[in-house]
Design a protein around this ligand. Structure first.
Ligand code: HEM
Length: 447
């Protein structure tokens, strides 16, 4: 099948001496191919243009994309800035720590990160809370017999992330509606008229922010409410550099966003891989029977190497975050080239995740790469979470919840001898940007 490139745009051009990928459309540039066909777009660009090339992100402009491994290492450099993220998504990510650098970034991150480390998660008893919610959901799947997997995992993850924050269960339907409204900001054209996505998205965001602000005030007043919001507010207040409520609210909203679509996509891919590879399911069921219960603490995770390998290999083959934008603050040496200061960069995590430079037989799904390794996990082994100062805050949480999910699924299904079965194709409808996910319509049967 042809790629979604403009056949009328075949001219080879250079910007700063670096080739521009042909095939851009007016206004949207290469976005259709980036969204629907990113792996092939990157491969074709590398094959025809080399390791450095410009991709056109439509409204976000041109980003110099580099498939040399140096680009991944650049995430640790002080010479690149994350402020470009705010320019690409001002309504959603403006004022949040993912778009900040240096001291401002550190201050906000330090106040949040403790709650998301294994110790913080254990103290808040997040594992037990999640195990309950996950078990109930997979039980419902078994009772129904088949599900459309991505909307299901999306719904489950939203429930988990809201309960993590301490949002009361009876308020969840309203939060869910407002959150869906907020998500319209991801695609909203910058036209502010009643009924259009920008206006609706802003209304959803304002509703959520007002509630979060109240949570923060309640937490300050030591109202009896549990959840990580309380823990984060206390950490902020202890830190001496108290941050304003606006900063806290924007960053809690970032946590809701960062922890939802990425994990929903990964969880859906896990089920799809289990459905299309019966040997994986058999290995997982064996492990689940051996451990006998859903783990609730990080210290239990070592008992579940198959579930952990499943999580790591699924994310390697299907990374949920495919590209990271940065701006060069200084002239940079990137692979064989000098890149001028001010250049907008695209760091293609997807390319590295499936690169033959890092993995033997990168196109094959192999649990053995994780089960047989003897050395500890290195930054490149978890590159799907980024690296350097902005490395994902949710990593330990994701690891816990994915292992919990795998074990709960296997324990629940095997009681009646059911196993996941693929009821529809997965080839058409995959998306790669802004968050990658399997097709919305994939159905899974449990029988
Ligand atoms: C499979 C699931 C996930 C993936 C693949 C993922 C991926 C990433 C990546 C690649 C980054 C780096 C962004 C950058 O360098 O610009 C990041 C940052 C971040 N993630 Fe995740 N994430 C996941 C789940 C979560 C969860 C569950 C949470 C929280 C509940 C979360 C919260 C964050 C936050 C707050 C940041 C910004 C950190 C900073 O800028 O210092 N993520 N994530």
């Amino acid at each position: 099948m042809g790629m979604l490139l403009n056949p009328l745009n075949r001219r080879h051009r250079l910007r700063d001496d670096i080739p521009v990928m042909p095939g851009a459309f007016p206004l949207v540039g290469h976005l259709p191919a980036i969204v629907c066909d990113l792996p092939r777009l990157l491969q074709r660009a590398e094959r025809t243009l080399g390791s450095h090339f410009w991709l056109d992100f439509g409204p976000a402009g041109h980003l110099m994309t580099c498939v040399d491994l140096d680009a991944f290492a650049m995430l640790r450099s002080k010479d690149v800035s994350s402020a470009l993220i705010e320019e690409i998504a001002p309504e959603l990510l403006g004022g949040t720590l993912v778009a900040q650098d240096g001291a401002a970034h550190r201050q906000a991150r330090d106040a949040i990160k403790a709650a998301f480390l294994p110790k913080g998660l254990t103290q808040a008893r997040i594992g037990a809370l999640f195990a309950r919610v996950i078990r109930a959901r997979v039980q419902a799947w078994r009772d129904r017999g088949d599900v459309t997997i991505l909307p299901e995992t999306g719904d489950l993850m939203l429930k988990l992330i809201f309960s993590l924050m301490g949002i009361p269960a009876q308020d969840l339907p309203e939060w869910h509606r407002k959150y869906q409204q907020l998500l319209q900001l991801i695609v909203a054209p910058r036209v502010d008229l009643p009924g259009l996505p920008l206006r609706r998205g802003r209304a959803g965001r304002d509703w959520i922010d007002a509630r979060l602000r109240q949570f923060v005030r309640d937490a300050r007043a030591h109202a009896p409410r549990t959840g990580l919001i309380n823990d984060m507010v206390s950490a902020f207040d202890r830190s001496g550099d108290a941050l304003s409520d606006d900063v806290l609210v924007a960053n809690i909203r970032l946590l809701l966003l960062g922890g939802h679509e990425t994990t929903a996509s990964t969880m859906a891919w896990i089920v799809i891989e289990l459905a299309r590879q019966p040997v994986l399911w058999d290995a997982l069921v064996q492990e689940a029977q051996r451990v006998g219960a859903v783990p609730t603490r990080h210290t239990d995770l070592a008992q579940c190497p198959v579930a952990e390998a499943l999580f790591r290999e699924t994310l390697r083959m299907h990374p949920a975050t495919t590209l990271l934008p940065r701006r060069a603050l200084q002239e940079l040496q990137l692979g064989q080239r000098r890149i001028p200061a001010g250049t907008h960069l695209c760091i293609p995590l997807l390319h590295f995740s499936t690169s033959a430079l890092l993995h033997e037989a990168p196109d094959q799904f192999r649990l053995a790469r994780w089960l047989q390794r003897t050395e500890p996990i290195r930054p490149v082994d978890m590159l799907q979470f980024g690296t350097g100062p902005h490395v994902c805050i949710g990593y330990h949480l994701v690891w816990l919840e994915m292992v919990q999910f795998c074990i709960a699924l296997a324990l629940t299904m095997q009681k009646t001898g059911a196993r996941p079965r693929l009821l529809s194709g997965v080839e058409k409808g995959q998306r790669y940007y802004p968050t990658a996910h399997p097709p919305m319509t994939v159905r899974i049967g449990f029988s």
